[in-house]
Design a protein around this ligand. Structure first.
Ligand SMILES: O=C(O)CCC(=O)C(=O)O
Length: 290
């Protein structure tokens, strides 16, 4: 597969019908096997899918402040100091102003605007009641974050992975995703340095084969999410997201009790964690010596 076609790949993920996706089946077929899953129509009956449009949200949340990201290239990198050199502007504006910018950007196609990853509980409590819990997620799982994404056609979230399991639900408009297995991480050129280690240096839209030769021949998966669709992205799986229309999505990062235990152990075992333990032991022994 020529790499330059990666962002246009036809769908290659298995498609399951929602009524077969009980929490047990989800665990058995997806979580346990660590495989992504496209659940067609999983959210088609949700209030959000039926009621939310950029204009209806704008009317409801008009004065609420949001951070709108804008750029000319369409690529929304995660950090202004990214070594890839892909940057964007961020500005705090009322929600209605952000929506005006998004709709204008979708119409003219010369620049792009995106409200990214805003916590619904913290920023938009008025929406909370219209946001449902995915049916296939068993009640013992914790929702770490539930976020709203609203952006213009053409917005592109570059290749990265997340440390938590994720459901991305498409509420309105379409999004195309390109995914890579977490086992291929060494061939996807994660950024060096703590802050951006979860982002790839590769710009999937214009991959540089000479600079990133190990990615040639990698198996890529792709799916286009239609309104009401949902995808499960296992933690660690790489993904890039391209909005084909003005698009509204909700994403759910979640974890189970064992994940929380594992994360706790990891943070204790981090350099900072070990330093704190050493300091604590030193204080303890010096107190005992007095
Ligand atoms: O929808 C997007 O633009 C990005 C979403 C994403 O990366 C995620 O849910 O992890």
């Amino acid at each position: 597969m020529p790499i330059k076609q990666l962002v246009d790949l036809p769908n290659t993920l298995p498609v399951h019908s929602v009524d077969r996706m009980s929490p047990f089946h989800f665990w058995l077929h997806c979580r346990f096997r660590d495989k992504p899953l496209h659940i067609r129509g999983a959210a088609s009956d949700w209030k959000a899918t039926k009621m939310w449009t950029p204009s209806s949200l704008s009317a409801l949340l008009s004065d609420t402040d949001v951070i709108v990201a804008t750029c000319k290239a369409g690529v929304f990198d995660y950090n202004a100091n990214a070594t890839t050199g892909l940057v964007h502007e961020r500005e705090k504006v009322p929600f209605s102003e952000a929506v005006d910018a998004i709709l204008a950007a979708s119409t003219h196609g010369e620049h792009f605007a995106y409200i990214q990853q805003h916590s619904i509980a913290e920023k938009f409590p008025a929406l909370q009641e219209q946001v449902e819990r995915p049916e296939c997620l068993d009640p013992s799982k914790f929702l770490n974050e539930v976020n709203l994404w609203l952006g213009s056609a053409g917005c592109f979230s570059p290749l990265h992975f997340d440390e938590l399991d994720n459901f991305l639900v498409q509420v309105s408009g379409r999004k195309h995703l390109t995914l890579f297995d977490k086992r291929d991480s060494p061939r996807l050129y994660p950024n060096v340095g703590q802050e951006l280690a979860h982002c790839s240096m590769i710009d999937l839209r214009h991959p540089d084969h000479a600079r990133f030769p190990l990615m040639v021949g990698l198996q890529a998966y792709a799916i286009t999410l239609e309104p009401g669709d949902m995808i499960y992205i296992p933690r660690g799986w790489w993904h890039a997201v391209h909005s084909l229309d003005t698009a509204i999505s909700i994403n759910y990062w979640w974890s189970g009790i064992f994940d929380i235990f594992r994360q706790g152990l990891q943070s204790v075992w981090s350099t900072e964690g070990r330093k704190e333990i050493a300091l604590f032991l030193r204080q303890l022994t010096s107190r005992e010596g007095k």
